[in-house]
Design a protein around this ligand. Structure first.
Ligand SMILES: [Zn+2]
Ligand SMILES: [Zn+2]
Length: 180
């Protein structure tokens, strides 16, 4: 079965691209770097394996910004219009594609990352993580692939938290900061 191909591009249309299949996951990132880069209170990203992202046009218009020389985030944007498009993580061969740049994909975020740096609060019931940098490599992948089981754990914890006598047993540290 062939995978769905979604298309996207920058504001001026100089850079166009395709993403193949559905994203590995979709996230809100609250980190200061992402917020500053997109000039918004939060960044919406769709994480794809690098080979699933194909530049169709305007590759020569793409510029890259690295905050530090050894940064694991290679942020690519259109030189014409400034649109933020890709946050590449070469160490794990994955790319966070800016959700708003994919024209025909419904953005359904699954989690919040770097919620400890937030400037806006969300009450959407999604897991909220203190940190997470996809550049941590295999650890990052493991973290993401374990989310399904964590979601079940969160649901159970929510239910049990209504029973006071059991609440103390549930106060062990977890990766998630809070589920609101
Ligand atoms: Zn552009
Ligand atoms: Zn970020």
């Amino acid at each position: 079965m062939s995978e769905t191909v979604h298309s996207g591009g920058c504001l001026c249309g100089a850079v166009t691209f395709e993403v193949i299949g559905e994203p590995f996951t979709m996230t809100y990132c609250h980190c200061e770097s992402c917020r500053c880069w997109v000039s918004a209170p939060v960044m919406g990203g769709c994480l794809y394996h690098a080979e699933k992202v194909r530049i169709v046009g305007g590759a020569d218009k793409l510029a890259v910004f690295k905050r530090t020389e050894d940064s694991g985030s290679h942020r690519k944007f259109c030189q014409n219009c400034g649109s933020a498009l890709f946050n590449e993580h070469p160490s794990i061969k994955m790319i966070d594609v800016m959700a708003v740049s994919i024209s025909d994909l419904v953005f359904e975020p699954k989690l919040h990352t770097h919620y400890s740096e937030k400037i806006v609060s969300f009450y959407d019931g999604l897991p909220k993580y203190k940190g997470f940098d996809p550049a941590v490599g295999a650890q990052g992948i493991h973290f993401l692939s374990s989310l399904a089981s964590q979601n079940i754990a969160i649901a159970i914890r929510r239910y049990l938290s209504s029973i006071p006598v059991l609440t103390a047993l549930l106060r062990k540290p977890t990766i998630a900061m809070a589920v609101l």
